[in-house]
Write a protein of this length. Structure first.
Length: 142
């Protein structure tokens, strides 16, 4: 499979899999939780968080992260991704407004709430698992 075809398949999984397992580093060990992600054409993944959360302090201490998305426990033929990269905490008002939705009003006062932030995962290596292969197809974003 060519690099552009692989990129398209990865984006399909990213854009159809809003729930991801997201791992940060705490005291040299992984710490994993579920997050709801939004994928951009750039292959960056975004999700919202509280500035006071453990994930934010863990990212600030060590930005290396890992996300797992896609797959289906009821159908082992579904493709999934392993995404290794770096995370950053975004507080830009325009970005916060872009990712604001009504559900977040349960936790934050609005897109200008100082405790509301957006996390960006910048992939360094993406492994595509699927299509009946027992080893990943590796994609390295530019």
């Amino acid at each position: 499979m060519g690099n552009e075809e692989l990129r398209k398949k990865i984006l399909e999984v990213m854009q159809s899999s809003p729930m991801a397992s997201f791992a940060t580093i705490l005291d040299g060990k992984p710490w994993v939780r579920y997050v709801m992600v939004h994928a951009k054409e750039s292959m960056d993944l975004y999700f919202t968080a509280s500035k006071l959360s453990r994930k934010v302090s863990q990212i600030q201490a060590d930005p290396h992260c890992h996300a797992l998305l896609g797959g289906d426990a009821r159908d082992f033929t579904k493709s999934y991704l392993q995404v290794a990269g770096k995370a950053e905490v975004l507080e830009d008002p325009a970005v916060k407004k872009e990712f604001w939705n009504d559900y977040l009003a349960r936790m934050f006062k609005g897109p200008d709430d100082p405790n509301y932030v957006v996390i960006r995962i910048i992939p360094k290596v993406i492994e595509f698992w699927g299509e009946g292969k027992m080893e990943p197809q590796v994609y390295t974003p530019a």
